[in-house]
Design a protein around this ligand. Structure first.
Ligand code: SAH
Ligand code: TYD
Length: 405
């Protein structure tokens, strides 16, 4: 039995997705023969309640000089991070000349607002291509992986931080004890860590199994986050659900006793008990729902193919790598995937090698059906694609249920 990355006890595997390529491993034809694969399996630790991958590729394999995810591509997420930044400025930057550190700052989607306000800031971003984009916007960025050692260096150079921020990155880091220890050293006595990630209860509720892929080593609940930071003399003082990435949770963490604890924390813990997040059976039920979703999706795709309908994918998300490889979606089922990210265009999807094409291809020759892989941006996309819909185009979605809209 594999050991839990957080508390060292045994992890119970509940789902095996099989052989899987890197979620963001878009590739050229010349790279097909030496593509990297690993086994995508996920398990639950009944001691500390952390849901986690049982195997993860080395970090340098995922985060490097051609990292495909560029945060500012989504206007909805740009708005979200603007509002996140202003919440921090209004609520937590009280002392004079404050310092804000962001872990996984990508192209500076959030830090640009602190930079514009003249607030001292530092981004920590190991993927050099996106770190450079932030640098070009005047955002101070150190191109390294955050851990306890780097936290000490930052503290030595800049002093302690008033706020440490992280979005969609804590769940990527297997060495979370080093990260938490570093945060605890880097924060001022009254400093706060505020981070958000996809929330386990939402993943279970809407069967968004595509959130499970190499980069996401952890699937947080409040109870597992509380356990982790408790080990490092910190506690969750507040939470706030977020309507992004299919349902996320924002956690505010501080040193034990530094602040009062919001009643929302206790209420959410009770809710998690009722949802069965601490019971093995909950995860077995999830596996059954995932298997059902796969069968329905493939039945529909086959039916569309038999009717001669043109189906294309919309949004070459890293999440879709799990769906395509687990379900067996090939270029036989979908012609190509449309995506607005220039680093993905002209490449092929990991594992199934479906071409990723420029968005203009989609606009110039609408398909009959678009399989919405970027379902988490569904509202933004459907508002944008009125012409496709008005011309009779249909959406095929698989979250929360497989259906044609
Ligand atoms: N915060 C952004 C980016 C999320 S993608 C957003 O929400 O849009 C995750 C980012 O974390 C990537 O840019 C990746 O390079 C970075 N990352 C991965 N491991 C990291 C680590 N140990 N320390 C800091 N950043 C890391
Ligand atoms: P996203 O779901 O945010 O992330 P992940 O890769 O972590 O699963 O990625 C959205 C993808 O969809 C990204 O490659 C950009 C693309 N996209 C479009 O092509 N058009 C759009 O209108 C939007 C919002 C996204």
């Amino acid at each position: 039995m594999q050991k839990c990355l957080i508390c060292d006890s045994g992890v119970n595997e509940f789902m095996d997705f099989g052989r899987m390529p890197l979620g963001n491993g878009f590739l050229d034809q010349s790279q097909f023969t030496d593509e990297y694969f690993y086994n995508l399996k996920v398990g639950f630790c009944s001691r500390c309640t952390m849901v986690q991958l049982l195997e993860q590729p080395a970090r340098e394999q995922m985060f490097h000089d051609h990292y495909a995810y560029i945060s500012s591509i989504s206007s909805r997420m740009s708005e979200h991070f603007k509002s996140f930044a202003h919440t921090i400025m209004d609520k937590y930057l009280i002392e004079p000349d404050p310092l804000v550190v962001e872990i996984g700052s990508n192209d500076g989607i959030m830090l640009q607002h602190f930079a514009a306000a003249g607030i001292r800031h530092l981004g920590v971003e190991p993927s050099t291509n996106v770190a450079k984009l932030a640098g070009a916007k005047g955002i101070e960025t150190v191109c390294e992986f955050f851990d306890e050692r780097l936290a000490e260096t930052i503290k030595g150079n800049k002093g302690q931080a008033d706020a440490i921020l992280a979005a969609n990155v804590m769940c990527h880091i297997p060495y979370l004890h080093s990260v938490a220890a570093g945060i605890s050293r880097l924060l001022k006595p009254k400093g706060v860590l505020i981070f958000e990630d996809p929330y386990l209860a939402d993943i279970l509720e809407i069967t968004s199994y595509d959130q499970i892929y190499d980069e996401h080593v952890f699937y947080f609940s409040l109870s597992s986050v509380q356990y982790l930071f408790g080990v490092h003399g910190m506690e969750v003082i507040d939470i706030m659900p977020q309507n992004v990435h299919g349902g996320s949770m924002r956690y505010t963490v501080a040193r034990k006793g530094a602040f009062g604890i919001s009643p929302d924390v206790g209420e959410q813990l009770l809710k998690e008990e009722h949802l069965g997040l601490k019971r093995d059976t909950t995860y077995h039920h999830f596996r059954e729902k995932v298997e059902m979703s796969k069968n329905r999706l493939m039945t529909l795709l086959l039916a569309l193919r038999n009717k001669g309908r043109r189906v294309v994918g919309y949004g070459a998300t890293s999440k879709s790598t799990t769906v395509m490889n687990y379900c067996g979606i090939t270029p036989d089922h979908i012609e190509y995937i449309s995506d607005t990210t220039h680093t993905k265009q002209g490449k092929f999807t990991p594992g199934m090698h479906i071409p990723v094409k420029h968005y203009k291809e989609f606009c110039e020759h609408y398909p009959d059906v678009a399989l919405l892989f970027a379902w988490n941006h569904g509202e933004e996309i459907m508002n944008k694609e009125k012409m496709f819909q008005d011309g009779g185009g249909r959406w095929l979605v698989y979250v929360p249920q497989v259906k044609i809209l």
